[in-house]
Write a protein that binds this ligand. Sequence first.
Ligand code: NAP
Length: 302
Amino acid sequence: MKNDKQVGEAMLKDRYCMVTGASSGIGREIALGLAQRGAKVFMVCRDPGRGHAAQEYIWRQSGNSDIHLLMADLSVQDQVRMLAMDFMQQHGVLHLLVNNAGVIMGRRVLTADGIEMTFAVDYLSYFLLTNLLLGALRAGAPSKIVNMTTSLHRMAKLDLDNLQGEKSFSRDSAYARSKLAVVLFTYELARRLEGSGITVNCVCPGACSSGIWSQSSRTIDSFFHALMKGSEQGAVLPLHLACSSSVQGLSGRYFETKQHLKMSKVNVKGTESRSSAASYDKDAAATLWQMSERLTGLVGSA
Ligand SMILES: NC(=O)c1ccc[n+]([C@@H]2O[C@H](COP(=O)([O-])OP(=O)(O)OC[C@H]3O[C@@H](n4cnc5c(N)ncnc54)[C@H](OP(=O)(O)O)[C@@H]3O)[C@@H](O)[C@H]2O)c1
């Protein structure tokens, strides 16, 4: 019987795959896993030094030289537009988009576009980049979108009046709210893309010790981080969604691993889960979509 990697090799050979936030953590390991399966990988990174280091790491570990670096700060909408435009002009086809970039902000910081940073990177960049690349994903159909979220989305209410922490801000609620927005976006996009040959799902990779927790200075957090699994294990479930024939054709679903600790092996079986009740609110998803169009100035989205 073929294992997940062998099936992935058959499905991903020479396929155009883009991963955002590929300079470190789980994104770098997802990019490596795709490279090991023979894909043509486009790594979206914001820092040239970290981007080149990650590219070299993937070249070395995979022996695949078809790994490309695309520079963009995803908190800046003009850079997201430029990234998508360049990619459309140069390649025009995409088989897999993994929206993975993420931050957790200790305080409320606004982006160059005047949008709260967590919301801008962890959700709005997914919305904008995906919509701008839909033409390439249509050209590559059957194609896939994998959005990174977290089980912590269950702690959030959408709260459309405080979407960007305008009224009150806390690190954890800003992160949870942005990731709830990712789940709502995934379900709404799946409804809009029905029959298009493009599938979209979201995934919580489980807790991993990675750079995203660097904004935390709490001693209890460093204690938990010492026990958490590494980014390589965090990439297992997203890679399964990207490669496995067992999820072929599934769309608008949420997957979650409950294996968080270093010593536990990530098992992909039975990971399709129910997300929070709030995430199934179709009216909220439609309103969020309209607000996201307004915030990004996007016209003619999916
Ligand atoms: N780690 C966990 O426990 C956990 C659990 C559930 C879900 N997740 C999700 O998994 C995803 C990956 O997180 P991670 O744990 O691997 O964190 P990480 O190691 O901090 O990686 C985050 C990646 O996003 C990039 N990034 C951040 N802001 C960016 C921007 N403005 N423009 C472009 N790239 C940007 C970072 O680039 P730099 O290298 O330049 O900083 C980095 O490559 C996130 O969406 C996160 O919410 C993580």
